[in-house]
Design a protein. Structure first.
Length: 133
């Protein structure tokens, strides 16, 4: 599970659905959440949580996408398996992992040092309160 430290910058509410804007490093992240906990508000320190399989990457320009979270990162490690492979990505928000097929890894010719565009849907990120004061 990927886990990035962030803080909430804005919350838009409509009934039980919320769009929560956060900042991790200098990268803004948007999240779609149901029933946001009342103790979480603008300025709250949080962890952004998302599975490695929810991190999509591209090696070329993507144009306009439906992904709320698109930013650049650099491949810092590659673990190639027979069927699945994992890459570690370094960006201004920290490090995260992406898990996908080895065929995709080979097709994209990903290796340490490759710059990629990272894409994560707003609906695939969870929030957890951070208590590290």
């Amino acid at each position: 599970m990927n886990r990035l430290p962030a803080f909430i910058t804005a919350i838009t509410r409509n009934d039980v659905l919320c769009f929560v804007e956060t900042q991790a490093g200098n990268i803004p992240f948007g999240l779609l959440l149901f029933d946001l906990k009342p103790e979480l508000r603008e300025g709250s320190k949080v962890w952004l949580l998302f599975k490695e399989s929810e991190v999509a990457v591209a090696t070329g320009p993507c144009g306009t996408t439906s992904f709320s979270n698109v930013f650049n990162a650099r491949v810092s490690a590659v673990k190639q398996g027979v069927i699945l492979s994992q890459i570690t990505l370094a960006c201004a928000a920290g490090e995260m992992d992406s898990l996908f097929s080895t065929r995709a890894l080979e097709r994209m010719k990903l290796e340490t040092g490759t710059t990629v565009q990272v894409m994560i849907k707003a609906s695939q990120i969870a929030l957890e309160a951070r208590h590290d004061d």
